[in-house]
Design a protein around this ligand. Structure first.
Ligand SMILES: Nc1ncnc2c1ncn2[C@@H]1O[C@H](COP(=O)(O)OP(=O)(O)OP(=O)(O)O)[C@@H](O)[C@H]1O
Ligand SMILES: [Mg+2]
Length: 462
């Protein structure tokens, strides 16, 4: 687990101690640096340091002060304190402050090696864990869930276009997943190891957009106290995600067009020409054809960006994806927060599939989060749904037509009675805000009998 080329920094003012520690550790194959003071140690340490051996008593900045600084700047690098005779108290304090362990002078060769190895193993395990968590998180954030034809085709298109260098224009209503599509293209592209820089064109004020995109030199305008790289520079060799491009002013569109064509620019207030190599993925929820007609969007920019179009259909046109999306979001939430699972009755799913979801997948995701807070561990039935969903769902109207729809006539009396009972109880329960006791009283049934009925018909809380 521990790489033997781990880099260890020794901070101790005693020359002999530094020398003997260096000897022991180098014999084990570690790479060793040393410093005779805290100040010097803080100056030479960097991110590639794997472990620090730190003397408690130091002239100038003492060990505890150095430890505190290390914890602030490099919280992931483990620190082993070296404590002289008589400062065990301080060593204990150091551990409380986050030191991994301490070793006492006179130093035992064996103890130094064992403790160093443990500290290195611990930190590499912690790092591995963190990477794993991060990877899972990135993967789940960019996972495009769905079984509908449209989503399957979308996944196929991403798979094909991602490794190519083609520029892409993603269109779709609010919340249909434009951003996760852009991210997943980047992750599957040859630029995946480089940056994906996202720019929300709608959120940047007109007068700042040039400096945001192209950077600026110190003093180029009031408030430019230092020079700054723009998004184009930051995205060099990587992907630039221009989000909400339909919301850019015509003036900005003209500037962007020039840069997209030439891939060179100057920083605001600068004279040096900077060349970059970026892949552009643009997204908008506007109908750009319409915007071109009304003169709000430049046609030449549209053709420049629209090399490969991807259109994301609204959720209402692929309602078959709703059950899998629910499952995905419930899985994500329960993993993230250790929540108990949430399930949905068939009737509820029907209602959700018939609701038009104007905010698309984002609205569905928010809806699941809201339900989770209220009903974790339960089965969701129609009465638990927010009223705007009940009202907005077309399936509720069909429910009201129960007695008028001749085609739906049941086969036999038993079936007819069951259907009526289910319909009646479901609607009555809503009338009583899901309160079973009140409903039992109102319709003259015994509570436990009613409860069994509701359970049979899959109505109401478990
Ligand atoms: N197919 C999908 N599978 C899983 N999650 C999805 C899917 N589509 C969208 N989401 C989730 O829905 C939310 C909204 O998606 P995203 O931000 O990508 O949409 P958008 O089209 O960029 O929206 P807007 O136009 O409002 O910016 C995100 O949390 C995203 O993870
Ligand atoms: Mg978006």
């Amino acid at each position: 687990m521990t790489k033997n080329r781990a880099r260890i920094l020794i901070i101790d003012d005693e020359h002999d101690i530094r020398l003997s520690l260096r000897g022991i550790l180098e014999d084990e194959g570690y790479e060793v640096m040393d410093a005779e003071s805290g100040e010097r140690g803080l100056a030479v340490i960097n991110r590639s340091t794997d472990l620090v051996l730190l003397d408690i008593w130091l002239p100038g900045m003492d060990g505890i002060q150095v430890l505190t600084r290390l914890q602030e700047k490099f919280p992931d690098i483990p620190v082993l304190m070296i404590s002289g005779h008589g400062n065990i108290q301080t060593a204990v304090q150091a551990i409380k402050l986050g030191a991994f362990d301490f070793i006492e002078k006179p130093l035992s060769l064996e103890k130094v090696l064992i403790t160093s190895q443990k500290a290195l193993e611990f930190s590499s395990l912690r790092q591995e864990n963190r990477n794993l968590r991060l990877n899972t998180k990135i993967r789940s954030v960019c996972k495009i869930t769905g079984q509908s034809k449209a989503i399957k085709e979308l996944r196929q298109a991403i798979y094909q276009v991602a490794p190519a260098e083609a520029w892409i224009l993603i269109t779709g209503e609010n919340g249909t997943g434009k951003e996760i599509v852009a991210r997943s293209i980047h992750l599957k592209s040859r630029r995946a190891d480089q940056a994906l820089v996202a720019v929300n064109c709608a959120a940047i004020p007109e007068e700042l957009i040039e400096s945001e995109l192209f950077g600026h030199e110190k003093g180029s305008f009031t408030g430019a106290t230092g020079s700054k790289q723009g998004k184009f520079e930051l995205a060099d060799e990587g992907t630039l995600f221009l989000d909400e491009i339909g919301d850019m002013s015509l003036k900005t569109q003209a500037k962007i067009l020039r840069i997209l064509q030439e891939q060179t620019f100057e920083r605001v207030g600068g004279h040096k020409t900077i060349s970059v190599n970026v892949r552009v993925i643009a997204a908008t929820n506007k109908d750009l054809h319409q915007e071109i007609k009304t003169g709000n969007f430049r046609e030449d920019l549209y053709y420049r960006l629209n090399v490969f179009p991807l259109n994301l259909p609204p959720l209402r046109e692929r309602s078959d994806d709703i059950p899998v999306l629910l499952e995905e979001f419930i899985g994500q939430l329960s993993r993230e927060h250790n929540f108990k699972l949430l399930s949905f009755s068939d009737e509820t799913i029907k209602i959700l599939k018939n609701y038009p979801w104007p905010g698309n997948v984002r609205e569905l995701k928010n809806f699941v989060e809201r339900l989770y807070i209220l009903y974790q561990g339960m089965k969701v039935t129609p009465v638990m749904l927010p009223s705007e969903i009940l009202r907005g769902s077309t399936s509720m109207e069909t429910n009201d037509d129960f007695f008028h729809d001749e085609e739906k006539l049941p086969e036999d009396f038993k079936q007819a009675r069951s259907r009526f009972e289910a319909w009646f109880l479901d609607n009555k329960l809503k009338e009583h805000d899901g309160n079973i006791s009140r409903l039992a009283e109102a319709i003259g049934l015994e509570r436990s009998y009613l409860y069994r009925k509701l359970k049979n018909y899959d109505i109401g809380p478990d």
